[in-house]
Design a protein around this ligand. Structure first.
Ligand code: CA
Ligand code: CA
Ligand code: CA
Length: 134
């Protein structure tokens, strides 16, 4: 995958993992993920965040995220290829078994794959420093 594309998708997952509130600052997202407030987002917290985001995306609660549900979650001001194009790209990226549905496992797997791209200082830990200015 071209680097630029990966960055877009990573930013997307960061938003997804942190919840649906687009207006939140990065530090707010971090605080939300760091549920035990130890200044570190560990694997369990990251996973829990991914699962919570999956539940938010799965608006009809059938255990699958469909193209329609992905489309509904797009920022309407995203521009570029638009909500439909973005949703299709996300589906294609996360749908590991090509059934046109995103399972929770597929979503969490993708979130985990993207995790290293948030670790800006490369120390293998996600801390508030990795989440932009306070
Ligand atoms: Ca923590
Ligand atoms: Ca669904
Ligand atoms: Ca699938």
């Amino acid at each position: 995958m071209p680097q630029a594309c990966r960055v877009v998708l990573s930013a997307l997952v960061l938003t997804l993992v942190a919840g649906a509130a687009w207006a939140q600052s990065s530090q707010d997202r971090f605080r939300k993920l760091d549920t035990n407030n130890d200044g570190l987002v560990d694997d369990d917290e990251y996973d829990a965040g991914a699962r919570a985001s999956f539940a938010l995306l799965d608006t009809n609660h059938d255990g699958w995220v469909t193209l329609d549900e992905l489309r509904a979650a797009q920022d309407p001001n995203a521009g570029g290829i638009g909500a439909d194009g973005l949703a299709r790209k996300q589906l294609a990226t996360m749908d590991l078994n090509y059934d046109n549905l995103i399972s929770e496992d597929e979503f969490v797997a993708f979130a985990n794959q993207s995790k290293s791209s948030y670790d800006k200082n490369g120390d293998g830990r996600l801390t508030s420093d990795d989440f932009g200015p306070r």
